[in-house]
Write a protein that binds this ligand. Structure first.
Ligand SMILES: Nc1ncnc2c1ncn2[C@@H]1O[C@H](COP(=O)(O)OP(=O)(O)OP(=O)(O)O)[C@@H](O)[C@H]1O
Length: 257
């Protein structure tokens, strides 16, 4: 269970995350446009950056969790040391107990067995994203935080990756700014983030099937949110612009009627 209580995050004097409260005990989507604070929030939940308020993971403040409970797939040491993918898998198996056969099997299914002998810095951007996704998913972790897991991943590989994301880990947050990808997760609860404030949850299917109108709509509203001082509502039916037809999230709040 991830419990955020009055969480604010600052970079210098700028408050990027603004007094967020949310409780998560399943897998959820976190959607928001560029710069809205998605990665910042995820980093704080992972215990990487400081925050104000409380972030409790299964009742414990995230800062107090020991390193061995947390698996990061950032791999900076692997870059510096010139490790191969095989080396990294070996190290994670020895130290973190990840399922080596599962990792290799997943890479195989992605058509990426050939990367095993490559050094981490030799991977293409998409290969690197897939490898890090696979490491996280095969880690056996109960809670998995994924920041843009589909970025630079071929369209043909996205479906399989989405299936694994649904299958592995009991709880977690999947961050994306791609509305298209929400189609793979129609049953999941979805949170929206705009200008550091969280709105939701709304079921992903309802989100896709809703229309956006400007202003606060009572009665018919699935979710109301605020961007730059203006209120917008997601409503059922085909009154305004359908969310599923939008290509990107920044258009969501500029299309109010
Ligand atoms: N280290 C930092 N120092 C100062 N400001 C930062 C730092 N990292 C991020 N920011 C700022 O915080 C805001 C939120 O950034 P964040 O990376 O969390 O956004 P995001 O929602 O993940 O965006 P994207 O979809 O583009 O990845 C942005 O305005 C960004 O410029």
């Amino acid at each position: 269970m991830i419990d955020l209580q009055n969480v604010s995050i600052y970079y210098g004097k700028g408050r990027i995350i603004k007094d967020v409260n949310m409780s998560i005990n399943s897998k959820v989507l976190l959607l928001g446009p560029n710069g809205s604070g998605k990665s910042t929030l995820l980093r704080a939940i992972a215990g990487i950056i400081p925050y104000k308020g409380h972030i409790l993971v299964d009742g414990k403040e995230v800062f107090s969790l020991k390193n061995e409970n947390i698996l990061s797939t950032n791999l900076p040491e692997a870059y510096v040391l010139g490790l191969t993918i095989n080396d990294v898998i070996y190290v994670y198996e020895e130290i973190k107990g990840i399922d080596k056969e599962l990792v290799i099997g997943m890479l195989d299914k992605m058509g990426l067995r050939s990367i095993l002998k490559k050094k981490v810095y030799q991977l293409s951007t998409g290969q690197s994203v897939i490898f890090r996704d696979v490491l996280a998913l095969a880690s056996g972790a109960k809670i998995i935080l994924l920041d843009e897991p589909f970025e630079n991943v071929d369209l043909g590989k996205r479906k399989l990756l989405a299936e694994w994301i649904k299958e592995y880990g009991k709880e977690g947050i999947i961050v994306t700014h791609e509305i298209d990808m929400v189609n793979y997760f129609k049953d999941l609860s979805t949170y929206l983030i705009f200008e550091g404030k969280i709105y939701g949850p709304i079921v992903a299917k309802d989100f896709l099937e809703s229309s956006i109108v400007e202003g606060s709509v009572t009665g018919n509203s699935l979710l109301t949110f605020e961007v730059a001082g203006k209120k917008f509502s997601l409503i059922r039916g085909n009154v305004g612009r359908r969310v599923e037809n939008l290509t990107s999230l920044d258009r969501l709040y500029t299309l109010g009627e």
